[in-house]
Design a protein around this ligand. Structure first.
Ligand SMILES: *Cc1c(COP(=O)(O)O)cnc(C)c1O
Length: 370
């Protein structure tokens, strides 16, 4: 699905130098590269604070802790996401409220959010799924009208841009109160292990989030709030500093591969290529097809037989997951999420796909439908 070995080969000397410099300093925790990366990332995003942390799941947890959400508060998000989004809400004793996504762009819709709001609603968590932003302008408007926090889960959309109706552009994760991302190796900006970050323009919220990632302390051994231990390693920060310089070109390489897939698949009846909205670019964390007529699993088998990996993101709606059967949404009908979980198939997508590989993959897919 991803080829991080070939990507490493391309930027090997820079990465090796960065790692050697950390090894030489032995400042593995809170070394200077962490602060430098946070500053460079903030500059790239056009945001005032970036706070590194241990992974994307922690970023979401820290965000909700920093916002002071309390047990019983309702948090509206989508049923069609990676479990982390809902898991942290549940872990904090908050009440996740799920919505059915847009069947075309796969993201949460303003209409569904409006319908899900109750007097207990405190926050909305839009997930910019597969590399494309949710429709943030109406979402931010709803949040402002109902006095709700917006926590963006941009783990799959680092570097994607939202386009407001006046033409202004903003990076995913910088539009709500706080943005949360992951640097898991296969993400668009990935390190060599676990890593994550929070983005915010609210300085006091940023300070609270930073202190939560470090046991709730500002001054060493003085704990003002309950925190956790969730830090971005210096080695990971050093790798991320190198990779951040390439992020836009990496995202362009993904887009080029997606355009190749599109050209091959558009004419194929039974396949729906990823939709491109007018309000967001698409950086293709995943290239996800919809396969009609119950043929998805057969196509997947056909690809496997021909040595092509493919993945189903996500095969089981969160509303059907055993761990969350105690929550009010459990077992309720979510027709769009259900349909998507039966139709979606993601193809190999990374920065190193060459023409020969794309030709082979698209050939195998179109042969299946011929
Ligand atoms: C990857 C991911 C996360 C979690 O990130 P980790 O670094 O693996 O903890 C959260 N939300 C979404 C949508 C993701 O894709």
């Amino acid at each position: 699905m991803v080829d991080l070995v070939s990507q490493y080969a391309r930027i090997r000397s820079e990465i090796d130098n960065a790692m050697a410099s950390v090894a030489g300093s032995a400042r593995f925790i809170r070394g200077p590269e962490v602060k430098l990366f946070e500053e460079e990332m903030a500059e790239y995003l056009g945001v005032s604070s970036v706070i590194g942390c241990g992974n994307g799941t922690d970023a979401l947890q820290v965000a909700m802790m920093a916002l002071g959400l309390k047990p019983g508060d309702e948090v509206i998000t989508t049923n069609f996401t990676f479990i982390a989004t809902v898991e942290v809400v549940a872990l904090l004793g908050l009440t996740p409220v799920l919505t059915d996504p847009c069947p075309d762009c796969f993201n949460i819709t303003p209409e569904a959010i409006e319908r899900a709001i109750t007097p207990a609603t405190r926050a909305i968590v839009p997930v910019h799924l597969f590399g494309q932003c949710c429709d943030m302008e109406p979402l931010l408007d709803i949040a402002a009208r109902h006095n709700l926090f917006v926590v963006e889960d941009c783990a799959q959309a680092t570097g994607a841009e939202y386009i407001f109706s006046d033409g202004r552009r903003a990076k995913a994760g910088t539009m709500g109160d706080i943005g949360c991302t992951s640097f898991f190796p296969s993400k668009n900006l990935g390190c060599w292990g676990d890593g994550g970050a929070l983005f915010t323009n609210d300085e006091s919220l940023g300070e609270r989030a930073r202190s939560i990632t470090n046991h709730g302390m500002k001054r060493r051994y003085y704990h003002d709030i309950t925190g956790i231990n969730s830090r971005l390693d210096t080695l990971q920060a050093a790798i991320l500093r190198v990779k951040l310089k390439y992020l836009d070109s990496f995202n362009r390489a993904r887009s080029d591969a997606a355009a190749y897939y599109d050209r091959a698949f558009k004419p194929v009846p039974g396949l729906t290529t990823p939709c491109r909205t007018k309000y967001s670019d698409h950086i293709f964390h995943q290239y996800t097809l919809k396969v009609a007529d119950g043929r998805r699993d057969d196509l997947k088998e056909h690809l496997t037989a021909n040595g092509i990996p493919s993945m189903i993101y996500y095969p089981v709606p969160i509303s059907e997951q055993k761990a969350y059967s105690y929550l009010p949404f459990s077992g309720k009908p979510f027709p769009v999420t259900g349909e998507l979980s039966r139709q979606v198939l993601s193809l190999p997508m990374h920065t190193e796909l060459d023409e020969e590989q794309l030709e082979y993959i698209t050939g195998c897919v179109t042969d299946f439908f011929a």
